[in-house]
Design a binder for this molecule. Structure first.
Ligand SMILES: Cc1cc2nc3c(=O)[nH]c(=O)nc-3n(C[C@H](O)[C@H](O)[C@H](O)COP(=O)(O)OP(=O)(O)OC[C@H]3O[C@@H](n4cnc5c(N)ncnc54)[C@H](O)[C@@H]3O)c2cc1C
Length: 466
């Protein structure tokens, strides 16, 4: 590969945080490259519909369209459909390894902003890996990009604001859920209302969704959770058993599809690979150590949005703008305006959303031995407990003992749950609950890394002298 082209700023992730940071940094005069594996900016929440899909009007779509138009006009070099699969610190800054349909490339930068968003967390149950069980956040991806949800008899389960959003959108598509299974009781929602008042349009939308579900007669089982799922004769999802939280008689629902999700966790592998540290956060589990403008302790490294701490789209956008301006100021650009703080009402809204997505370690510690924890490598809770009993003291040792986290998701799905098991097991190393990230950070096809080439162009080495 030729020498890496060098830029003022590379931003990984073109969601609300990264794209807004790109707009403010480019507006201040920096040469900005914005990289995203998606085809268009927007991230998870302001995702662009796939070509030929015409989803109904929606505030997220409007915001996304506006953001995409702004990025197109801002003089930002957008590298879409491009995955960052490795990063390294260099003498001058950072080297970012990307793979796109055009092949692999290394690009260099003095400053790096990581705005890679969040990942979904599911509390596992027996049968959660059956075909027909989907993530709740994954359902929003299908809804936004394809205006579609699979399944005929569906059930929506888990906790947090996405629960109602997905159930209401399923209803709108003519697929009324047979039940919505909410881990939280009504009391938790009423408590959260005080924070939700911080963003009235979202509160109104949430209440409208709840009302529509009630009018359509969709049963909402509060303080319940799926205890297990059963396969049908074809080996796909056939039924789920739903049990009151704290114990009680389970109810069975025959379904072919379940959307299940409990929480979101920061997608912070790139930051940790570069040495950024996590610290515990009472509401969101953990966050990346950074100052209020997104500066990590590693010189030149910045974070914005959910990658640093789960806050949601609007705070991510505001933080992106602030961090983009902070980077421009650090780079010596003269700024006419001081970066604005995230309004407190937005913070209160984010706190309320996160309070509904809390997963206590005790819940994971209470899982039965036969429940699969790492679905890529088929590692059960019992196997993890066995490894800890055999002497595995931290997450990396668990990986060596069991292969947990070695699959394509690299622990993004099971890491938080394995960490909870470690924290609740005696004899484990305090602070050793996080898997060390490794490249490739995302699955990349060998063909993508090899790129376009002609066999005739491959230099043939001289035969070695005999
Ligand atoms: C699957 C999913 C669905 C969600 N749906 C909703 C929703 O419907 N409504 C809602 O309010 N909140 C939703 N959320 C929460 C939501 O992500 C945010 O709160 C908000 O989008 C955060 O903005 P962000 O800019 O920090 O990150 P994001 O919007 O997540 O943007 C991050 C971007 O980084 C890119 N990226 C990540 N890693 C790499 C890499 N290695 N190489 C290249 N690009 C990379 C991603 O493609 C993505 O576009 C969802 C979260 C997830 C995980």
């Amino acid at each position: 590969m030729s020498a890496a082209p060098f830029h003022d700023l590379i931003i990984i992730g073109a969601g609300p945080a990264g794209a807004n940071a790109a707009l403010s940094a480019a507006g201040a005069g920096l040469d900005v490259v914005l990289v995203d594996e998606a085809a268009h900016p927007g991230g998870q929440v302001w995702r662009a519909p796939a070509a030929g899909t015409h989803p109904p009007p929606d505030p997220d779509l409007t915001r996304g369209n506006h953001l995409r138009a702004q990025v197109a006009q801002a003089g930002v070099a957008l590298r879409a459909q491009t995955v960052v699969w490795s990063v390294a610190a260099t003498q001058d800054g950072f080297e970012v390894a990307i793979a796109s349909p055009q092949g692999p490339e290394l690009i260099g930068t003095r400053r790096l902003l990581v705005a890679t968003g969040a990942q979904e967390r599911v509390v596992p149950f027996a049968g959660w890996t059956l075909p027909g069980v989907f993530g709740l956040a994954a359902a929003t991806v299908l809804l936004k990009s394809e205006n579609f949800l699979p399944g005929r008899r569906i059930l929506v389960a888990g906790q947090g604001p996405l629960l109602v959003a997905v159930a209401a959108k399923a209803l709108k598509l003519g697929k009324a859920p047979v039940a919505v299974v909410d881990f939280n009781g009504l009391g938790r929602w009423v408590q959260a209302l005080r924070g939700f008042v911080g963003h009235l349009p979202s509160l109104r939308q949430g209440l409208t969704w709840q009302a529509k579900l009630a009018l359509a007669g969709v049963p909402i089982l509060r303080k319940h959770a799926i205890s297990r799922a059963e396969a049908n004769d074809a080996g796909a999802l056939g039924a789920v058993h739903v049990t009151p939280v704290g114990g009680g008689t389970p109810r069975m629902f025959e379904v072919d599809t379940a959307f299940v999700g409990n929480s979101l966790v920061p997608g912070d592998e790139i930051l940790r690979l570069l040495g950024a540290r996590r610290r515990p956060d009472p509401l969101t589990g953990w966050r990346i150590e950074a100052d209020d403008e997104g500066r990590c302790k590693i010189p030149g490294l910045y974070v914005a949005g959910d990658a640093g701490r789960i806050r949601g789209a609007l705070p991510a956008a505001a933080q992106g703008t602030r961090t983009g301006l902070a980077i421009a100021r650090d780079a010596g650009c003269a700024l006419s305006a001081a970066p604005a703080k995230t309004p407190r009402r937005m913070d209160r809204f984010a706190d309320a959303s996160c309070s509904l997505m809390q997963v206590d370690d005790a819940r994971i510690a209470g899982l039965a031995d036969d429940v699969v924890l790492c679905r890529c490598e088929d590692v059960t809770v019992g196997a993890v407990r066995g490894a800890i009993a055999d002497g595995a003291q931290d997450a990396n040792q668990l990986k060596h003992f069991t292969r947990l986290g070695m699959g394509p998701c690299q622990g993004r799905m099971c890491g938080a749950n394995a960490a909870a098991l470690l924290r609740t097991s005696p004899g484990t190393k305090p602070g050793g609950d996080v898997l060390t990230p490794r490249s490739p950070l995302h699955p990349v096809a060998v063909a993508q890394l090899a790129g376009q080439f002609d066999y005739a162009d491959i230099p043939v080495p001289k035969p070695a002298p005999l």
